[in-house]
Design a protein around this ligand. Structure first.
Ligand code: GLY
Length: 372
């Protein structure tokens, strides 16, 4: 068994992230020692049911009673109705406090199953098996769980850490290229907010990584998990530093909300454009060297990602996008807070950003007065 281990240090709730090839076929070796009892329920995105079957074989061979609950692919499952349906189905399998839930899928399944684990029988153990690049480098690590509501995304949930994150690189081979690129945007985020050398590495190696180089994928995923573990270890409940992980997300979330979560703009695609806008905002504030946004956009283009709103096929309106800023979880008493860059590799939290400036960034992206 060869794999990379990244520890997440959170006192009594510490856990390891394991990253490697073929880990799911050996799921029992990686997970059995953590189980309070040999009974698990896999909560599986229907799109990756085959992956769950592979795990089931390994678990069953080791005498671990395994049930599977599939949930429909897509963001709609991450709702009060989806949560209720999941909890009711889990209860049909008569779980007890020693049962472990294992989330197998992307961010939707991880967030939903994690939240369910945190409230089922007032809390049962939980393991993350992320199957998208985005979930592997971001959402599966750090214990944020939750669902979407009418008022917005992720407004209901819990901080609930998994007991392990098991990342099998092989699942990426069947991931659609578009999803892979969307996940890559979050990889770039770590370089932008905290490691200029890693960003430069991405500029050199990104295309090969996306084309399928497994060693580069392992290195990038381990690097991102390590960086996320460092931030989460310092600020688990996002009272401060963890907010840096939201770089590009205020813009990105606004774009997603305006697009209507209809699959036309994936989260990572919105974040990629949002990060370009975050760089532009930082440039306008005089914090970031001019040309940085262009450097990011050049790299996004080189790997085949969109950098301009005009390319997304929506009829955007400035007000339509900016009205979402005040609903951002970082907004306090109506004042806007943005994550800004002081350099590539160095981010900070900036409160009281003038709404006009954020509006200007949106307007220039829409009007093409700043373009890549
Ligand atoms: N995805 C951002 C965070 O986990 O804090």
């Amino acid at each position: 068994m060869s794999f990379t281990t990244v520890p997440v240090a959170l006192g009594a709730r510490s856990y390891d992230i394991r990253i490697g090839s073929g880990l799911l076929a050996e799921a029992a070796q990686h997970l059995a020692p953590l189980l309070a009892a040999p009974k698990v329920i896999l909560v599986v995105d229907e799109a990756v049911e085959m992956v769950a079957r592979t795990m089931l074989l390994s678990l069953a061979k080791h005498g671990i009673a395994t049930d599977i609950v599939t949930i429909p692919a897509g963001e709609a499952a991450k709702s009060f109705a989806g949560l209720e349906a999941l909890i009711n189905r889990l209860l049909e399998y008569a779980p007890d406090r020693k049962t472990t839930l294992i989330a197998v899928g992307g961010g939707v399944v991880g967030d939903l199953a994690g939240f369910a684990a945190s409230i089922l029988l007032r809390g049962v153990d939980f393991i993350q098996v992320p199957t998208t690049l985005l979930a592997q480098v971001d959402s599966s690590v750090g214990g944020k769980t939750g669902i979407n509501t009418r008022a917005g995304k992720n407004l209901v949930g819990s901080f609930y850490q998994p007991r392990r994150v098991l990342i099998d690189l092989d699942v990426l081979t069947t991931l659609p290229p578009r999803e892979l690129k969307a996940g890559y945007a979050e990889i770039l985020k770590y370089g932008l907010i905290m490691d200029a050398e890693f960003f430069a590495w991405c500029e050199r190696e990104g295309e090969k990584l996306l084309a399928g180089n497994i060693a580069l994928r392992e290195l990038a995923i381990a690097t991102c998990c390590h960086k996320k573990a460092q931030i989460v270890g310092e600020d688990e409940r996002e009272s401060d530093r963890r907010a840096l992980l939201n770089f590009g997300h205020t813009f990105g979330h606004a774009l997603e909300a305006e697009a209507g979560y209809d699959g036309s703009l994936l989260h990572g695609e919105a974040v990629a454009i949002g990060m370009v806008m975050g760089c532009r905002l930082s440039e306008k504030l005089g914090l970031l060297a001019q040309g940085s946004a262009m450097r990011l956009a050049r790299h996004l283009r080189a790997v085949g990602m969109k950098t301009q709103l005009s390319e997304t096929g929506h009829a955007w309106q400035v007000e339509g996008i900016t009205r979402h800023f005040v609903r951002d979880k970082k907004a306090e008493a109506g004042a806007l807070t943005f994550i800004v860059l002081e350099a590539i590799g160095q981010a900070s939290i900036l409160k009281n950003v003038a709404p006009e400036l954020a509006r200007e960034v949106v307007a220039e992206m829409l009007e093409g007065t700043w373009s890549t």
